[in-house]
Design a protein around this ligand. Structure first.
Ligand code: ADP
Ligand code: ASP
Ligand code: MG
Length: 414
């Protein structure tokens, strides 16, 4: 007897037929006494369709109303999924995020899961139901519904699994595991049997969309292993866990991540005095805008002006424009330049720590591919380069080839 949390993403629940396949598979795999919680995303591209609808009404981000709208996508899925089980004669019940006890904090659109109170979920499991929970949503302290950021159903699943002490959290998706790079964009990618949660978090943060970054953090917090696997085949996928076996731990670089949504902002002509950077970044933080790579440029030493260049998610670009243009109009900065034709490519691997030369080799691969590097940033286990978006596929492929073709792999992982 075990408790499973199984999450199915948008492409997995895109049609009633796919829902029926999921229900049959869950019932086939269920052993007597097993308790099953299923977390689902909105069907297919319906979250994007809802965003398009909102944009047709207004280009202003009415964050509260937008969350009200977006949360309906997952509610369609839970109701249809519960009906599918019922039709097969199996007791099932759908619950919204708030009904399942998902307590959200922070702001609309990017809310965090601050607590999970799964009493109702336990009660429904005890009553013999398969419980189907809407991903991507929770209830704010003021009673409003809030969404958890794109890909947020992963976070719902891992948080529920953690709070309910589930035996396993399975993330079913349209790929059969975590690969060395996005298998839809890069050829020759290799599936990993396991990956540490630190490396997965870095891959996810740097754009590997197979797992939402916060969900990986929640897995770390609750010490819950996560199995990323295919909805459509029975193959074993990739286990994300705290420590991997020796066999899979000797790589210098584990993967290449890509983020096509990195927008670049250059704030030019700031007064070169203490506290100026603070003003800019605190205004952005107040507006719930997360800043990623940051470079402050060095001008001539007797110049009393400086420039700051940084990147943000391009979804936040219009909000950033609003606040930074206001600062420019107040004369606090001379000029602000916005670029949304940029992208970020990164290599990730805990084995890079203390081994010199990875950056040089990465830059070499980009140079040979004719890709210009704009900004570089590093963490202990990753190196990222901002490049032109049009070069992204070429860049990822070039770096991945250097990693995974035999001679080149020796070169990079030595
Ligand atoms: P779901 O709707 O099931 O949540 P997502 O689209 O969010 O699915 O995530 C699955 C996608 O993640 C894959 O289709 C793949 O293109 C992408 N992806 C990006 N990086 C990786 C990677 N390193 N390994 C596997 N998939 C990746
Ligand atoms: N439906 C939401 C999205 O498209 C949440 C999710 O799929 O995890 O981002
Ligand atoms: Mg996803």
């Amino acid at each position: 007897m075990a408790l499973y949390v199984k999450k199915f993403g948008g492409s997995s629940v895109a049609t009633p037929e796919k829902m029926l396949n999921i229900a049959n598979r869950v019932l086939r795999d269920r052993k007597p006494g097993d308790k099953i919680v299923i977390v689902v995303s909105a069907m297919g591209d319906s979250t994007d369709d809802l965003l398009d609808l909102a944009a047709k009404v207004s280009d202003v981000n009415y964050a509260r109303e937008r969350d009200m709208l977006l949360s309906t996508g997952e509610q369609v899925s839970i109701a249809l999924m519960a009906m599918t089980f019922k039709k097969l004669g199996v007791p099932a019940i759908s619950l919204t995020g708030p009904q399942a006890g998902i307590v959200a904090g922070g702001g609309y659109g990017k809310a965090t899961i601050d607590d999970v109170k799964p009493d109702r979920v336990f009660k429904e499991l005890e009553a013999g139901n398969i419980v189907i929970v809407a991903g991507f949503q929770g209830m704010m302290p003021n009673g409003d519904i809030a969404t958890l950021g794109r890909g947020g159903s992963d976070a719902t699943a891992v948080a529920l699994a953690g709070a309910m002490h589930a035996d396993m959290c399975e993330i079913f998706t349209d790929v059969d595991g975590v690969y060395s790079a996005d298998p839809r964009h890069v050829t020759g990618t290799i599936k990993m049997k396991e990956i540490t949660n630190t490396e997965m978090l870095e891959m996810a943060r740097l754009g590997a969309g197979v797992m939402q970054p916060r969900s990986v953090e929640l897995g770390m917090k609750y010490h819950i292993p996560i199995h990323v696997r295919s909805t459509f085949t029975d193959e074993e996928g990739t286990i994300i866990r705290e420590v991997c076996t020796m066999e899979t731990r000797d790589d210098t670089v584990r993967g290449v991540a890509q983020d096509a949504h990195a927008a670049r902002i250059a704030v030019l002509g700031l007064r070169n005095i203490p506290g100026v950077a603070y003003k800019i970044f605190s205004v952005l933080a107040e507006n719930n805008i997360t800043v990623d790579m940051i470079v402050q440029s060095v001008r001539n030493s007797n110049d009393d002006k400086t420039d700051i260049i940084f990147t943000i998610d391009d979804a936040d670009l219009s909000d950033a424009k609003r606040v930074l243009d206001a600062m420019r109009d107040e004369g606090k900065v001379e000029e602000v330049i916005y670029d949304d034709d940029t992208a970020k490519v990164s290599v990730v691997g805990a084995g890079m720590l203390g081994r010199p030369g990875v950056a040089a080799r990465m830059f070499g691969a980009l140079g040979r591919a004719g890709v210009n590097i704009d900004i570089v940033s590093t963490s202990e286990i990753s190196i990222s380069c901002l490049i032109l978006r049009k070069d992204l596929d070429k860049a990822v492929q070039a770096i991945h080839c250097l990693l995974y073709t035999s001679d080149a792999a020796d070169d990079l992982t030595r």
